[in-house]
Design a protein. Sequence first.
Length: 366
Amino acid sequence: MLFRKRVLIAVTIGMALTGLAAQAQGHPAPLIVVPYEGETNYVYADGQFQPMDFCQPEENVSRPQFFAYSPDGSQFVFRVTPADAWLGGMLYLCDLQTHELNLIAEQPAPDILRTNAVWSPDGTQMVWIDANQKDYSMQVVVYNPNDGASTVIYERAARSLGFQAPVIDWSNAGIALFDILEQDGLGKPVVVIVDPVSGESNSYLIENPSLPEYGRWIKSGEDDLYLLNATTYNELTVLDPKSGEIRTMYGRLEFYNPAAPDGLALLAEQTDEIGAYRWSYVGDDFSGSLELKGNEFSIALSPDAQEIAFATFENYPWGGRAYTIHDFSTYPPQSTGVDDFETGYNIPGALYVFWGPRGLRVQQES
């Protein structure tokens, strides 16, 4: 949850945004601004802020709020539900170069909750979970965009104590999901790691009484570790899939663009609120605090990782404004307002920003 926070960055409204960077592959890369309310998302590109008019799903469905970009940034996938449905979820795939939109997963049965899709590290496949709230069964589905084939590679082997929509992620170490299974009449938190080729799985019981708050892969050098928890003093609890050991390490979480891993990165300092961070930026020879607080979807790196976009929340709970920063030669860096939202009581504003793929790694402390 985001809270009202005065932004201490010098804001320059009305400046022309110089060069929204396109990918090295030449794919268009508009900045997507998701508002707090309304039926339309918006894009900012070529100096214009306007309703998003490409890759629009069929009518009478919910507005997409989250976009999962392929590792090279050339495509994204999003989930919507029919206007009269709460569960389920149809998945659409958008090609950012051609603006072609394909429905890759139809609305499932009424009792099924479908998660957002996650890309494989090489960008050739994606995975999601279909969880049944009635009998607590679950299927992990891998989808191949090249041939349109969907394959169930894992099914929940034991009944959950209660309905749990697991969290899923994919790295070179495998497909990992966090779940709560029933064992001896008690709910036991587990991490299940599935081999995407063979479908073989290993389960790791979490003995720590504190339930995982994250459930996602992070990069530590060349290794993939599964992040369970993080504290405000940079203590990370991780599962090492090579040894099966759950251990503590110290380091700072860093969001980066997998398509441009050597560009700007965003240091995330954990706050007392789950999923909320204080943000700083790091370049080759410069760094600084943004004096911003929010979740990971309130900030984004450009496709070439040379610019930053962020949404403020200065009018809680109605959202705020969207800005970009492209010049880091001075401190604090100047930001440019890019949206047309008003900021006032009961007037919905910007909520999330999306601009390209995002990964998570750790700057380990010695």
